[in-house]
Design a binder for this molecule. Structure first.
Ligand code: HEM
Length: 366
């Protein structure tokens, strides 16, 4: 296949070979993260977007912000969440375990990351339904607006901004033990995040963290229904779960692609890319490139998955990767200890229609 393909009708260019995707992600000078946002009309952007999201910034601004938020998001902080993630997982699994048939997307894969982020941010259970609505409307704002639901998107964005602005001010006066307080206190070279930046970062967490983690757990369950022998193997030996999760990240990458814009004319894989092109590095394609992963379409939890690009690479490498891995691991441990088998009701998997998220829309099990 050609190294670069034009995607119609958008005119975006896609890059799919492992080595090309890797080089592109390591070249933030020529492949900018800012361009894609600039191409979205202001009325379609997400709440708090007067300031850009971290994922839409280039150096040096990106590095400064990343330095600040990383302090509140260390692997050690995330590891401390394990007991609570286990408790939530148990509650969710117990609620469906007795049923003759269950739907795991609504009952398991959507609620877990949502509840974890809500608790990290200090949102009380009484506001969880609102939080889910704001999050859903923000994640699907583009399609909602296209369908004429502008008022719904605006209302959710305003409620989100109103609620969290209040919470941010409360934490500024009286810090607590939650992520917002940590974000408010983080300091690099005398600089701190403004309230607007904290608000924007909270919104980024919802967009970057919820749907992708839902997808990772859902894709793992789908793959296990397709490979009962792996289910048996991992159930008998739960220490294989982290390997299972890494292979699912490679084989069914939740974020199928991300966005970049060229800052100059350049070549990729021998193809000319004019300045200003919107380029989609296809992470999922790179993760199935046979030059990097032999026999790539074979699902094999014992293969070497190192170097997969499911969380991106280099300066924008996913900040939430330790959290996503932990949630997937713990939920699978709980499910495998409770269930003796996984049998899908529908033979065909109903995947979401999004071109950049790979995730089952629903997953009914017997
Ligand atoms: C960045 C994937 C979960 C927060 C990224 C990027 C990818 C990614 C591919 C790079 C974007 C780019 O280079 O343009 C995933 C996947 C996840 C996941 C597959 C789940 C399986 C999470 C979670 C959080 C999170 C749980 C937080 C709660 C972020 C943030 C960035 C990011 C803040 C931006 C980092 C930066 O620009 O420096 N993620 N993500 N992600 N992710 Fe994740």
């Amino acid at each position: 296949a050609s190294a670069v393909c034009k995607l119609m009708p958008t005119g975006f260019l896609s890059v799919g070979r492992y080595q090309d995707v890797l080089s592109l992600l390591q070249n933030s000078k020529h492949f900018s993260n800012t361009g894609y946002t600039a191409s979205i009309p202001p009325e379609l952007r997400s709440p708090g977007s007067a300031s850009a999201s971290i994922v839409q910034m280039d150096p040096p601004r990106h590095g400064k912000l990343r330095g600040l938020v990383t302090k509140a998001f260390t692997p050690r902080t995330i590891a401390q969440l394990e007991p609570r993630i286990r408790q939530i997982s148990h509650e969710l699994v117990e609620a469906v375990a007795g049923q003759r048939e269950c739907e795991l997307v609504q009952d398991i894969t959507v609620p877990l990351p949502m509840i974890v982020i809500a608790e990290l941010l200090g949102v009380g259970p009484e506001r969880r339904r609102d939080f889910k609505r704001w999050s859903d409307d923000s994640v699907s704002s583009l399609s909602l607006i296209k369908a004429g639901n502008v008022a719904q998107v605006k209302k959710s964005a305003q409620e989100f901004a109103h609620y969290f602005s209040g919470e941010i001010e409360l934490r500024r006066r009286e810090p607590k033990e939650d992520l917002i307080s940590l974000l408010m206190q983080a300091e690099v070279e005398g600089a701190q995040l403004t309230s607007e930046e904290v608000l924007r970062f909270i919104n980024t967490l919802l967009i970057a963290g919820n749907e992708t983690t839902t997808s990772l757990i859902g894709n793992t369950l789908v793959t296990l229904t397709n490979h009962p022998e792996v289910f048996e193997e991992v159930r008998a030996n739960p220490s294989l779960i982290p390997q299972l999760v890494e292979e699912v990240l490679r084989y069914e990458s939740p974020a199928q692609c991300i966005f970049r814009q060229t800052t100059t004319d350049l070549e990729v894989g021998g193809e000319h890319l004019p300045q200003g092109s919107i380029v989609l590095p296809l992470l999922a394609s790179a993760n199935r490139d046979e030059s990097r992963f032999p026999d790539p379409d074979r699902f094999d939890i014992h293969r070497d998955t190192q170097g997969h690009l499911a969380f991106g690479k280099d300066i924008h490498f996913c900040l939430g990767a330790p959290l996503a891995r932990l949630e997937a691991k713990v939920m699978l441990e709980v499910m495998l200890s409770r269930w003796k088998g996984l049998q899908r009701v529908e033979p065909e998997v109903a995947w979401t229609s999004s071109f950049f998220i790979r995730s089952p829309e629903r997953l009914r099990l017997l």
